[in-house]
Design a protein around this ligand. Structure first.
Ligand code: FDA
Length: 497
């Protein structure tokens, strides 16, 4: 209710926010979560909550009048289409030089992501979070995060024979024939459900190509894991379609939080203020960075330090496809949940997911999302004239990522006698270098915050999400975001309540 007081307010319901809410509630604290996206609990006119990846509609995009699909073209033809402006599930947020894809709704990125739940190799951890004790992370917090998220491996004997992973087996064959380590990666998908999808005994989700705009069945998003447990404590409430616009200190302690209530066209229908003793920023790397940059520049939180908005990276994301020979068909049935990768991190700075291209037809294409060692870092700054936080990224900064990905795919193409696909990101364009799925940084741990996420300058303000991680995790990020949140909230519960 407007004017209400809450002990703890959490901004955002993704990984960092959900971990914080659960652990605070278990410690006996009442928590209110504020989420700008929808609650995604009501089916549309087709009887499904979420739209299919091959058939995006209004539900698919956050406040756009035209889709902006990550793979913008097929056979060189643009495939985007007009839609109605709606508070849809996937935000393709445009900054200079990069489009940052993010989930919108209760559950954040867990609603739209590929479920790949990867713990970085331990010898790389010092490069990911240099100020964090690796022993504690690998002994306690990574196992806790993996358990909390419901991470499991695919049954490999099933994987070896099922039609829906033919594309991944072709990916393995090509990786191994070029001498690259091929690794299975865990996922949060319910594999028993997927087996039943393959057997035709349940409605299809991953096997119907569902991923980017939500999974109707099978995938364990945060709604089935951390948020379900948080709600079961009876201490956590969530307001969807509410967007935090400001946080400012109250004389005598605590913070005033200003919130816009949105309708499903994105218009503000009410403005509210709530006071909170403690506020946790968990709006994602971009959401938290934008808010903190604005609040520092406009004087709402004047004591934030100069590290706010800095150290932002794209996890080195770059995409590409390869055109296979006719004898290397990748299959018209492709599970939308990736299970495997090519690990050339040590030799070439690239870890490539063997990704699906679930078009429903045989494409003879292999498709990859590479995570690469890209040293470039962007910075958010406040533009007072436009009233927006801007990011200074440049598309040319992806060149180290392309070079790293080429250490894998140039060699595979040479071994196989194949070429890159040039039709997926435009006409005659090889590299998907205009986007990221993995924004990280902007309120870096031990820089903008102390070593546990407490923001410098304003006691009672915390950062809990991907903005703590300085730009790269060497693998897909959500397990690391979750594990770091588990570590930080344990300390905060022990010492700050
Ligand atoms: P996250 O972005 O999850 O949550 C932030 C929440 O805050 C959002 O719900 C947002 O709407 C809300 N919010 C923002 N501003 C707000 C405001 N002002 N007021 C109120 N609410 C606000 N990772 C991985 O490990 N494996 C994978 O397979 C994939 N695949 C993948 C595919 C796609 C298409 C995407 C877009 C992303 C992935 N990822 C991924 C990345 C992963 O989903 C991502 O790293 C995490 O969701 C980030 O977690 P956070 O807790 O940082 O924020």
């Amino acid at each position: 209710a407007p004017g209400a007081h809450v002990p703890v307010l959490v901004i955002g319901t993704g990984y960092g926010g959900s971990v914080a809410a659960l652990r605070l509630a278990q410690a006996g604290v009442d928590v209110h979560m504020v989420e700008m996206g929808m609650s995604w609990d009501t089916p549309g006119s087709d009887g499904k909550i979420f739209a299919n990846t091959t058939n995006p509609d209004d539900r698919s995009f956050w406040l756009r009048t035209r889709t902006k699909q990550p793979l913008s073209n097929f056979l060189g033809f643009p495939i985007d289409r007009d839609i109605s402006r709606y508070t849809g599930i996937l935000d393709a947020e445009d900054f200079s030089g990069i489009t940052v894809y993010q989930g919108r709704g209760i559950g954040g990125g867990s609603l739209v992501n590929g479920g790949m739940a990867v713990t970085p190799r331990r010898q790389h951890f010092g490069g990911v979070l240099p100020s964090v004790n690796a022993d504690e992370m690998y002994d306690v917090y990574y196992p806790r995060a993996n358990a909390g998220l419901g991470v499991t491996h695919v049954d490999q004997s099933w994987w070896e024979t099922t039609d829906c992973y033919q594309y991944a087996r072709v990916g393995r064959k090509h990786a191994q024939r070029s001498g690259f380590p091929f690794v299975f990666v865990p996922n949060v998908y319910d594999w028993d459900y997927m087996k039943q999808e393959a057997a035709g005994t349940v409605p299809r989700s991953a096997l119907a190509g569902e991923v980017l705009y939500g999974n109707n069945y099978g995938k364990k998003s945060l709604l089935q894991t951390y948020l379900a447990r948080a709600k079961a404590t009876g201490r956590v409430t969530i307001s969807p379609l509410h967007r935090v616009t400001s946080v400012a200190p109250v004389t005598g302690g605590g913070y005033t939080v200003a919130i816009d209530q949105l309708d499903t066209t994105g218009d503000t229908t009410a403005t509210k203020t709530v006071t909170a003793d403690k506020v946790f920023f968990a709006a994602g790397s971009v959401g938290t960075s934008k808010l903190l940059t604005k609040l520092k520049a406009t004087g709402a939180l004047p004591k934030l330090n100069s590290e706010v908005g800095k150290g932002w990276g794209d996890n080195g994301n770059v995409m590409c496809g390869r055109a296979n020979h006719m004898w290397d068909a990748t299959g018209k049935l492709q599970s939308a949940m990736p299970t495997a990768g090519i690990d050339n991190w040590d030799a070439g700075g690239a870890f490539a997911e063997v990704a699906p291209l679930p078009t429903g037809i045989e494409t003879y294409a292999s498709f990859y999302l590479s995570i690469t060692k890209n040293p470039n870092r962007g910075q958010f700054s406040w533009n007072a004239a436009t009233g927006r936080a801007e990011l200074n990224w440049q598309t040319a900064w992806k060149q180290p990522s392309i070079d790293a990905a080429k250490t894998i795919f140039d060699r595979i193409n040479s071994t196989e006698g194949t070429i890159y696909r040039t039709d997926l990101f435009g006409a005659y364009k090889i590299w998907g270098d205009h986007l990221t799925y993995h924004p990280l940084g902007g309120a870096v741990l031990n820089k903008a915050t102390d070593n546990y996420g407490r923001l410098h300058g304003h006691p009672g303000l915390y950062v809990m999400d991907g903005s703590l991680i300085p730009g790269n995790t060497s693998v897909n990020p959500f397990v690391t975001i979750t594990a770091l949140a588990e570590r930080n909230i344990e300390r905060i519960v022990a010492t700050d309540l």
